[in-house]
Design a protein around this ligand. Structure first.
Ligand SMILES: Cc1cc2nc3c(=O)[nH]c(=O)nc-3n(C[C@H](O)[C@H](O)[C@H](O)COP(=O)(O)OP(=O)(O)OC[C@H]3O[C@@H](n4cnc5c(N)ncnc54)[C@H](O)[C@@H]3O)c2cc1C
Length: 464
């Protein structure tokens, strides 16, 4: 698009010229944080600063039949910010203000472009906690987290993003502003409309603001790495430790042997916290109110679990630096991704008691797929959520499909999901029917047609 175009002319009526990017300048923009080698392929890139500007842009695009794609922090793992060339990219990066931290109500009111880590830090400054946490916290925006209903490392205790959003402001494709920015926890006055937008991957509306729920910051945090050989003992240990900690278990992460060895091997900055001689590893976290008592409680439980042969080994983090070391082993996914010539990411869920046989089957079958170099398995096992990163020797389509087949095929019978937390985007669209019935997909399509009848908002994402 040139700067002498009807769309451009109308956009610079809404926004200052420097916030409407076209032509050569688009080459300095990117569709994903990991693909800064690929210049953005889009018609125009705009950066609104207010909800009213977003609304005016939507109204304009609606009248011109102009497709819009929303950019948050561009950390998604499902191709949902990929562009075709004819889109207007609406980037939320300048709607980056924390508007209010209300300590009494334990809420924070934010614009959607605020980076997740800034929200965590602001909560901490006020002696509160925003519990949503995952590896991409330094780049992902709260609007992106809301639009993908992000999960992460503490879902076990605090739920997914949807459990942490009290209020939402959304702009529809026709420019209507839906303001539901209440700070109240309980509101059964009709349908809970905000939940419809949470997890809709920007296909139903543009999130412009949110009221987030904060909780009291824990006084003590304890973590331990566990080693064991028998998968069935993992769920036994989960019940044992959850009961023993009486509600303070906040993290229960899983790493399979090959993945653990790679995450703590030569190419990693992290040494192994526990010897790499076990089949499975767990990283647990508890949050409490009494440093001495909580540490002793976890230590005693781990000793008892070893004595009762539920687990084989355990190492507790004794210092802040141990704590950071343990969690950076789990969070540094780049180490394993960088071992792959090409990589394919998965984020599936099955009920926890079906996970053992499923995992075993995937790891076995993956060995038989020609072209597969690595299969790393790790995840949020207490949520029944497993991530696979599959390293492969090419981007060939038949290889991609063969790998998908191994991971996705068993899920229908197991009543699992092709996406536990990352969403559908474009990469998993063809597999949506594994997780959802025909009637569910038809209802999604009819919601989409009601809110965006011309199919202009993130077209081609999630649904066909
Ligand atoms: C290292 C790494 C670790 C990760 N770990 C996890 C994890 O543990 N758990 C997890 O759930 N995810 C994880 N992710 C995936 C990703 O970080 C999340 O999906 C995140 O919520 C995306 O936020 P974003 O701001 O980057 O959104 P983007 O990638 O920019 O966008 C994601 C989708 O949301 C839409 N969107 C963005 N902002 C808005 C808005 N304001 N209004 C409407 N639509 C919008 C986009 O159009 C797109 O469809 C990880 C990613 C990386 C790279």
């Amino acid at each position: 698009m040139s700067s002498s175009n009807a769309l451009y002319d109308a956009l610079v009526e809404i926004l200052p010229q420097e916030r409407v990017v076209v032509g050569e300048a688009l080459k300095e923009r990117f569709y994903h944080i990991w693909r800064t080698d690929v210049p953005l392929n889009a018609k125009v890139f705009v950066m609104p600063k207010t909800t009213e500007e977003v609304s005016a842009i939507c109204k304009l695009c609606s009248s011109l039949n102009q497709p819009i794609i929303v950019f948050g922090g561009r950390t998604n793992l499902v191709g949902s910010t990929e562009t075709c060339g004819d889109e207007l990219v609406l980037s939320m990066e300048l709607m980056n203000q924390i508007e209010e931290t209300d300590v009494g109500s334990r809420t924070m009111t934010v614009q959607s472009g605020v980076i997740l880590e800034e929200i965590q830090n602001e909560a901490k400054r006020n002696d509160l906690l925003f519990p949503l946490n995952f590896g991409a916290k330094g780049s992902s925006q709260i609007g992106g987290c809301i639009s993908t209903n992000a999960g992460g490392l503490r879902v076990l205790k605090f739920g997914m993003t949807r459990a942490l959003v009290l209020g939402l402001e959304v702009v529809l494709m026709d420019g209507t502003i839906i303001n539901s920015m209440k700070k109240i926890i309980k509101d059964n006055s009709g349908y809970d409309l905000k939940q419809m937008f949470i997890g809709s991957e920007g296909t139903l509306g543009i999130v412009t603001k949110a009221v987030l729920k904060l909780i009291e910051i824990p006084i003590s945090r304890n973590s331990a790495f566990i080693g064991l050989n028998d998968f069935d003992k993992i769920l036994q240990f989960l019940r044992f430790v959850d009961k023993g900690l009486a509600g303070s278990l906040s993290g229960f992460e899983f790493i399979e042997k090959y993945c653990y060895k790679s995450m703590t091997g030569e190419t990693s900055q992290n040494n192994p916290p526990i010897p790499p001689s076990y089949n499975y590893y767990l990283l647990i976290e508890s949050m409490g109110a009494d440093s001495v008592r909580d540490k002793a409680l976890m230590e005693n439980l781990l000793t008892q679990a070893i004595e009762e042969e539920i687990i084989l080994d355990a190492v507790m983090a004794h210092t802040e630096s141990d704590f950071n070391w343990f969690w950076s082993v789990r969070e540094d996914v780049d180490v394993i991704a960088s071992m792959c010539t090409h990589d394919q990411h998965f984020d599936v869920s099955v009920s926890p008691n079906k996970m053992g046989p499923y995992l075993k089957g995937v790891l076995e079958e993956m060995k038989n797929v020609k072209g597969v170099e690595h299969c790393f398995a790790f995840g949020h096992i207490a949520d029944g959520n497993m991530h696979f990163i599959v390293g492969k020797d090419s981007e060939a389509d038949d290889l991609r499909l063969a790998i998908n087949e191994v991971v996705y095929r068993p899920l229908k019978d197991l009543q699992g999901s092709v996406s536990a937390e990352h969403g559908i985007g474009v990469h998993k669209k063809a597999y949506l029917s594994i997780s959802r019935t025909k009637a569910e997909i038809a209802l999604m399509q009819s919601l989409k047609a009601t809110l965006d009848p011309k199919n202009l908002l993130n077209p081609g994402k999630v649904l066909n």
